[in-house]
Design a protein around this ligand. Structure first.
Ligand SMILES: [Ca+2]
Ligand SMILES: [Ca+2]
Length: 166
């Protein structure tokens, strides 16, 4: 019993004189979301879902690769990195385009991927920062024939006769 108390006192003494032994230094973080921008306006509207499994690459201030990750089921991603300047690059899946960037004054809701390259502007992170304003809106490229089908639907709507099997 005495031995156990001695051990506890020894541990507490160490912690008391070395606060760094039990405190963690949190790295700055950045993120936040890739979403399916159904109306292609570059703004996260209510009901537009996140896109999972999208690759997001991180580059350092010299534009060297620094890391990469995939978005989760909600389309979210994040990096915890040392304070510095970084760039993100979002990788488009087949059949998608980027939405227009920075269309909204609310940076939590706008898209930050360049429509041609998928790269963001430089992101400066200082110690203790948490920046969840970096997003990418993507929308499906219409497949060939979509206009034809729409036209067919409109013709039906306006009373054109269609053949049906009896
Ligand atoms: Ca939208
Ligand atoms: Ca944003």
């Amino acid at each position: 019993m005495i031995r156990r108390w001695c051990l506890c006192l020894a541990v507490l003494s160490l912690l008391a004189f070395r606060p760094s032994a039990y405190s963690c230094i949190a790295l700055p973080t950045l993120g936040d979301r890739v979403w399916n921008d159904w109306n292609a306006d570059g703004i996260q509207d209510q009901g537009e879902p996140g896109m999972s499994g999208i690759e997001v690459k991180l580059y350092d201030s010299a534009e060297n690769p620094f890391g990469s990750t995939l978005t989760n089921n909600n389309g979210n991603f994040s990096f915890a990195v040392p304070a510095d300047e970084y760039y993100l690059k979002f990788i488009l899946p087949d059949g998608y385009r980027f939405s227009p960037m920075e269309q909204e004054s609310d940076s939590l809701l706008d898209s930050n991927a360049h429509p041609r390259t998928g790269m963001t502007r430089g992101i400066t992170l200082a110690s203790g920062d948490s920046d969840p304003t970096w997003d990418a809106g993507m929308h499906a490229v219409p497949l060939p024939g979509t206009v034809w089908l729409l036209g067919t639907g409109l013709m039906g709507l306006f009373g054109f006769r269609t053949k049906t099997k009896k």
